[in-house]
Design a protein around this ligand. Structure first.
Ligand code: HEM
Length: 378
């Protein structure tokens, strides 16, 4: 239930040990006035600093104001602990230039080259109404009420300046981002996050996760790029697939999470090992082979996704899957390189469908009460 510090060199919610719950929201900016947007970012930052420490969104609070006014906090988090809440902001490509080519806020020249629109991948089935967005906020907490409260209050504060484009609830983190955490499982029943980038590897994080000085515009130094993909899992088909086939598709066993041909979860996979039949122990189209750094120019990701079940789909199937979130220093060399390979060859493709996509530049952390989200950008 403890609070995670809000201020710091990097934003919280990236290498913070992944919390259990997610409410992710993408906003469209509906004003063309830069001053209104900047004022909102200042208000949001102040509210985020308060809410992450377990306080009301506004300085007056849910029940202490005058009875004639709408409260500056909605109240559903009253009496609850901070629950590890982190709020992480990101700016989408359309904030810099709209789809129609308009530079609404005079920041088009500050758009990093690394924030290049993602290409269309093989088998993409993206729905535009739940993709993209000018600004996103990832709210993670151990209590769903806390994550929802935070997003709801940001939306409330943003009335007239931003509107909610889409949002996604998630449960059961599907990645561990610290060695202090046990590896959780995704809805295919497999451990997810074994070979993830972890908080305890600062040298690797500098190389793979954090944007360095000289990578692009200065305002992103110390930040990171976030890719989101809502991936529907065709779980009914998966559940009729044999255990051996499931393990072959992933390239790891289901119980221990060890790479096929290895004994333990954290043993390095041996991609050259062969079984008694002479075939590779980890199949050529296995997910972990195709996604591994050895076959992607050394590219790695910090995955931080969540399971979702959005009820059922009206056709007798659960609308379930993985809300994939990955952070990286340069999506062109990391997510795009890996997903290009996966989308063409991954054995998993028969059981999944990418239905939404997002790309956001997450600036460095807020340094103190006089700083605000995105200050260096505006
Ligand atoms: C590894 C599942 C989508 C990138 C894994 C592992 C599982 C898994 C079970 C092995 C354990 C681990 O190391 O975490 C899934 C499922 C997906 C999915 C069920 C879709 C529903 C993706 C996507 C990407 C990706 C879209 C990136 C484009 C990776 C990477 C690894 C990995 C980089 C580590 C590979 C290694 O170095 O061993 N995934 N994954 N995955 N996945 Fe996925």
């Amino acid at each position: 239930g403890a609070a995670v510090p809000f201020y710091g060199g990097h934003q919280a919610g990236i290498i913070t040990p992944a919390q259990d719950r997610l409410h992710f929201v993408a906003f469209d900016v509906i004003t063309d006035k830069k001053a209104e947007l900047v004022e909102l970012l200042q208000k949001w930052t102040a509210a985020a600093a308060r809410m992450t420490q377990g306080r009301d969104a506004g300085a007056i609070g849910a029940v202490n104001g005058v009875p004639e006014a709408a409260p500056d906090d909605t109240g559903e988090a009253l009496g609850l602990p901070p629950s590890g809440l982190t709020l992480t902001i990101g700016f989408g490509p359309t904030l810099f230039r709209t789809a129609e080519g308009k530079d609404r806020f005079g920041i088009a020249d500050k758009r990093p080259a690394a924030l290049a629109d993602l290409p269309k991948f093989a088998k993409d089935a993206l729905q535009p109404e739940i993709s993209g967005g000018d600004i996103c906020v990832q709210a993670c907490a151990h209590d769903p009420q806390i994550a929802v409260h935070a997003v709801r209050n940001l939306a409330r504060i943003g009335f007239g300046v931003v509107s909610v484009r889409w949002s996604q609830l998630g449960f059961g983190r599907t990645s561990s981002t610290s060695v202090t955490q046990q590896t959780a499982r995704n809805l295919f029943g497999f451990k997810d996050g074994t070979a993830n980038l972890k908080a305890e590897e600062p040298k690797l994080l500098d190389e793979q996760l954090w944007v360095a000085g000289g990578d692009g515009p200065d305002w992103m130094t110390g930040g990171s790029y976030m890719v989101t993909r809502k991936i529907r899992m065709l779980i009914e088909t998966w559940d009729r697939t044999s255990l051996a086939e499931q393990e072959a598709i992933i390239g790891r066993n289901k119980g221990e999470g060890a790479a096929l041909g290895s004994a333990k979860e954290f043993d390095e996979p041996n991609f050259d090992a062969t079984g008694s039949d002479g075939a590779p122990a980890i199949a050529r189209d296995a997910h972990v082979r195709l996604a591994h750094q050895q076959f992607n120019n050394g590219a790695r990701l910090l995955r931080r996704g969540y399971n979702f079940v959005d009820g059922s789909d009206g056709l007798g199937r659960l609308n379930a899957g993985l809300f994939f979130i990955a952070y990286q220093r340069d999506p062109r060399k990391q997510f795009v390189a890996i997903q290009t390979r996966l989308s063409r060859q991954d054995a998993l493709n028969e059981y999944i469908r990418h239905v939404s996509s997002g790309l956001f530049a997450c600036p460095p952390g807020v340094s103190g009460a006089d700083d605000y989200w995105g200050r260096a950008l505006f």
